[in-house]
Design a protein around this ligand. Structure first.
Ligand code: SAH
Length: 460
């Protein structure tokens, strides 16, 4: 049963075929909440095709392929990054706009969806950093790629339970989400669907509301539109879906891997090597890289640079949790559909596409603006955050044997090194002064530097 859940975990490489293993027994393991080109289709054409009410799912699923084939016919082979961007976030037919992506009915499962403890501990992490920063009067909670909104919901529940500590603080919630579809799911959960005040799909702030815990909440497509200020930034399984470029070392030097149409069957796509250096291979590759195959995600670089600048200027911290490596892995690009691995070039738009996060690249892109911590394993991070104590409290609060079993199984999935415990990592950005001494503009003079929770044991 545990294996079944795991197979839906994107951090897992290697052969998988879950097929019908996604049974109701697994669904029972669900979280238990406790308190506490020439023929290129332009977007308009794609939109009309998509909006036809009589279109079958099969027809809709073939639209992205048609769009890509037309694009390649018009402009030539496309980069893997362009392919990922189109397939995942094309506003008309992109994967994140149309499918139930996360959860039993979706294509993969994530830690916050498995256990409420995960989000609760991230909430405690924010509070612990807020205390270390001298309890500033106002702060933003910003989440990048919130999925179904479960993580934010668990974090906000912790904030609300710590009301006596946070009373009179101005807290606002900001979600960066490209998918209007998912933003609806998030709004339903976080505002209980009743308190959405604004909905304007074309505006930079495209939705606003009041959370069920009484905080102002806003949605954006782009981090740059989120107001500046002291903030905690959370990104869980967000960086892995950002578009990567792929490069192969050849005798002629580094060559970018592109995507072209299969000559024998024009409805199929294939990987090809660019015949000469591309702009991306010239700009992104480190000449001395010893690997023969490299994946680089410049969009992740831009976002992390922006997070670092915000934290350096206004204070706060960022916590990034994802599967990844320190600049050592090679070919990690893969697809997920229905909780099993999916060939990346097959039926584009019907499966999630992902690549391991290169934490060494993220660190490099902070360019000395902030201090970075990690990556440390999820197991180590959650242990340091006191997951065992929290589990015991939840177990004590229920006498139902089935709930006991679910809590323990969920704990095992997110903590066991053979499962998610080792593959998933935590990485943080914080102002330089946070780790050296507490005499910066963001930290009250005289307060004692406490170790950063998660990377050391939590001390509240
Ligand atoms: N954090 C959630 C969901 C991860 S799935 C969880 O752990 O359960 C990735 C999320 O990022 C989805 O919400 C997707 O719509 C969003 N997303 C993907 N690309 C994005 C982009 N470029 N900008 C903002 N959000 C994006």
């Amino acid at each position: 049963m545990v294996i079944g859940w795991l197979r839906g975990v994107k951090g897992h490489l290697g052969p998988m075929s879950l097929g019908s293993c996604w049974t109701s027994a697994m669904i029972k393991l669900k979280r238990t909440n406790f308190l506490l080109g020439s023929e290129r289709l332009c977007d308009g054409q794609l939109m009309r095709l998509c909006s036809g009410t009589s279109k079958s799912t099969k027809e809709r699923d073939s639209l992205m392929l048609k769009h890509l084939v037309a694009k390649i016919k018009a402009t030539g082979p496309i980069s893997v990054a362009e392919y990922m961007r189109e397939v995942l976030t094309n506003p008309v037919a992109g994967y994140y706009y149309h499918r139930d992506v996360v959860g039993p009915q979706g294509d993969f499962i994530t830690s916050p969806e498995i256990s409420q403890i995960f989000g609760e501990l991230l909430g405690i992490w924010c509070i612990s950093e807020w205390i270390a920063a001298g309890k500033p009067k106002a702060f933003h909670l910003v989440e990048l790629g919130p999925g179904r909104g479960t993580l934010a919901s668990d974090v906000l529940r912790v904030f609300s339970q710590l009301n006596s500590l946070l009373r009179a603080r101005e807290i606002s919630v900001h979600l960066v989400e490209v998918s209007s579809n998912l933003s609806e799911t998030q709004a339903q959960l976080l505002t209980e669907g009743e308190h959405c005040l604004l909905h304007d799909p074309s505006a930079a702030v495209y939705k606003t509301g009041i959370t069920k815990t009484g905080l102002p909440i806003s949605w954006y497509k782009d981090l740059q539109d989120v107001p500046k200020g002291f903030a905690f930034y959370l990104a869980h399984e967000f960086f892995d879906v950002l578009p990567i470029h792929k490069f192969q070392k050849t005798k002629q030097g580094w060559r970018e891997i592109l995507i072209d149409i299969e000559p024998q069957s024009p409805e199929k796509l294939r990987f090809v090597l660019a015949p000469s250096a591309t702009f991306a291979s010239k700009a992104l590759i480190k000449r001395d890289d010893e690997r023969s195959h490299v994946e680089i995600c410049p969009e992740a670089g831009v976002i992390i640079h922006s997070l670092a600048s915000r934290i350096a200027e206004d204070g706060g911290a960022a916590l990034i949790a994802d599967y990844g490596h320190n600049g050592t892995k090679t070919d990690t690009f893969r697809g997920f559909r229905g909780h099993q691995l999916h060939e990346v070039l097959m039926a584009p738009g019907t499966a999630d596409l992902t690549a391991d996060v290169d934490f060494s690249y993220l660190r490099h892109m902070t360019r000395g603006k902030v201090t970075t911590l990690g990556p440390v394993t999820q197991q180590a991070f959650l242990k340091n955050m006191g997951i065992d104590v929290r589990l015991q409290v939840l177990l004590k609060n229920t006498s139902d044997p089935a709930t006991h079993k679910s809590l323990i199984e969920a704990y095992d999935i997110i903590m066991n090194p053979e499962e998610m415990g080792k593959r998933f990592k935590f990485f943080a950005l914080m102002p330089h002064g946070r780790l050296i001494y507490q005499d910066t503009k963001f930290v009250k003079r005289g307060s004692t530097a406490s170790p950063v929770a998660g990377f050391s044991e939590l001390q509240l």
